[in-house]
Design a binder for this molecule. Structure first.
Ligand code: DHE
Length: 515
């Protein structure tokens, strides 16, 4: 009787549940594109570090329905809902062993585009210094915009999931782009053509270019290294294991260029240290300890490194993330782990000099600075509170707190603009963008270009006349505003546009932009 009550379909369901084997399902259905080791192939790596952004039902949704306009097919017909759920959970388990990803393995991944022919002059009439790149995360492309006419000069494919700002060579001709999977792509703006790619890490955070434009640093989570590439040919110059003085291996949260110091500055995720890596071939020796010399019968300092890529450790009380640098790169503010404080470090003397209350998780990397009443001030959004903190960088006091309609992600301005722009990235008001007067610190206008759609991240044209704003949706757009009248002028359709990067503003370290 009971046996009759169990229908054939329930038996099938129970059988498929009992036999669910996500590792086998992965090998049968996914490995061909995503690699047997889940580290990526023609498809992206499927490891928790890169999938973080797709946690929860999203991943199941992608496996079930596939991704439109990509090679990712739908598996609804092939796998049961339970098998898909198990597979999604399996993909979010860490790899058993950290794969080796040293200089030789990295070098093997170098691919130079055989169709690339370097142009002798720009292949377009537009001002090469007013080109703006738009990262379109919806389908992993970048649009190259003429900053005067807003015509799209080229649209090229990037590696999967670009994160952080692309970095331009100091002359603005080449740009380097990094994906969370650790691929670094080089693109020639003059030729409107990709030059090549190399996989510098397995899970990477961001990149920085050296002051002279010769070296590119890639901050990695997996493995825990800093990869240094030659910008000329993308060859590996060095892979630096990141190990603290006390022997702790650490992920690198981010790497930044410090132009006046001719160095890279590294934020370490797992160790209470900040690293400074020299990009000056004649850098002074860095001393890292003392030894008793028997011959001389005296204590001597031991130089640990000197010259190009010499590494200096700055020991701090606890790991700091997400740095804002003062214009002279003498000081940085980092966010403390409790998400409630900013810690100021003087990079010259190599120690913490101040602390300020910044509750609600400040997003200091998005901070911008300008002059007000003869003082240099900076503002930072908070990821968990609808407010902006305005800080006096001369005495590290909080000058003012500006209430907004919700937590924001990016701030942006330009030296020729009286305003700074602040998005409301999270929560019910994600469709709002505040425009704030840099002197009165009052919100002068709140824009709502597309009710219900996320509106975020601003970039100015070279002269600061126009502000470009992302409608951060799959079926999105970049809106061109007159930066003075705040009137909308144009809408350029784009696939989930995220960051936008103007050549001139970036290479001149414009005071309202990220670096
Ligand atoms: Fe970013 C820049 C860290 C989540 C979009 N982000 C940066 C930088 C760092 C950073 C350190 C500066 C690098 C640079 O430009 O060289 N981001 C982090 C995080 O730790 C965080 C909070 C969590 C994480 O998953 O890594 C995070 N970031 C995001 C997102 O969710 C965003 C909105 C969408 C995405 O693409 O992942 C996002 N981050 C961006 C963008 C920039 C960025 C667009 C470059 C901004 C610029 O104007 O320069």
């Amino acid at each position: 009787m009971i046996r009759r009550m169990i229908s054939a379909s329930s038996l099938l369901f129970l059988a498929s549940f009992a036999m669910a084997d996500p590792a086998r399902d992965y090998a049968d259905n996914c490995a061909a594109c995503h690699g047997e080791t889940r580290l990526g192939g023609t498809g992206p790596a499927l490891i928790p570090q890169t999938l973080k952004r797709m946690r929860g039902p999203n991943l199941e949704k992608v496996i079930t329905h596939g991704r439109t306009a990509t090679q990712m097919p739908a598996f609804a017909e092939t796998l049961t809902a339970q098998a898909i759920a198990d597979l999604a959970a399996y993909l979010q388990t860490p790899l058993d062993t950290a794969p080796e990803w040293g200089a030789d393995r990295i070098a093997e991944t170098l691919w130079l585009d055989p169709d690339y022919v370097p142009a002798t002059s720009p292949a377009f009439d537009a001002d090469p210094m007013n080109i703006t790149l738009v990262v379109e995360t919806g389908d992993h492309h970048i649009s190259v915009l003429d900053g005067d006419t807003f015509e799209v000069l080229d649209r090229f494919e990037t590696p999967f999931a670009v994160h952080g700002g692309p970095k331009f060579s100091p002359d603005g001709r080449f740009v380097f782009i990094m994906s969370r999977d650790g691929w670094v792509q080089k693109y020639d703006i003059w030729s409107l053509h990709q030059v090549g790619r190399i996989r510098a890490g397995l899970n990477s955070r961001n990149i920085a270019i050296s002051r002279d434009g010769l070296h590119l640093a890639v901050a990695n989570y997996l493995p825990m290294t800093l990869t240094l590439l030659s910008t000329a040919d993308l060859s590996v110059e060095k892979v630096m294991p990141v190990i603290s003085k006390s022997g702790v291996h650490s992920r690198v949260s981010a790497v930044y260029q410090a132009p006046q110091r001719d160095s890279f500055i590294l934020a370490l995720k797992d160790a209470p240290e900040i690293w400074e890596v020299a990009t000056d071939p004649n850098a002074e020796p860095v001393y890292e300890g003392f030894v008793h010399s028997r011959e001389k019968n005296m204590i001597e300092a031991i130089p640990s490194s000197q010259g190009l890529f010499a590494r200096r450790r700055i020991e701090i009380a606890e790991p700091l993330d997400d740095f804002f640098f003062t214009d002279d790169y003498r000081h940085l503010i980092g966010a403390a782990r409790d998400g409630a404080r900013g810690v100021v470090v003087n990079l010259n003397v190599g120690r913490e000099i101040a602390e300020l209350p910044l509750p609600g998780m400040p997003h200091l990397g998005s901070g911008i600075s300008w002059e007000k009443d003869g003082r240099r001030i900076m503002a930072t959004p908070h990821l968990k509170e609808g407010k902006l903190s305005v800080i006096n960088t001369e005495d590290w006091s909080i000058l003012q707190t500006i209430d907004t309609k919700g937590p924001g992600f990016f701030l942006r301005s330009h030296e020729n603009s009286p305003y700074f722009w602040s998005d409301v990235f999270f929560g019910p008001n994600k469709d709002l963008m505040h425009v704030i007067d840099k002197q009165s610190l009052e919100i002068v206008k709140t824009l709502q270009p597309e009710p219900g759609a996320t509106v975020a991240h601003v970039e100015f044209t070279r002269d600061g006349r126009y502000a470009l704003v992302s409608i951060w949706e799959d079926d999105g757009a970049v809106i061109v505003y007159d930066a003075a009248t705040l009137e909308e002028l144009r809408r350029l359709p784009m696939r989930k546009p995220s960051g936008k990067y103007n050549v001139w503003n970036k290479i001149t370290f414009s005071e309202g932009t990220s670096h």
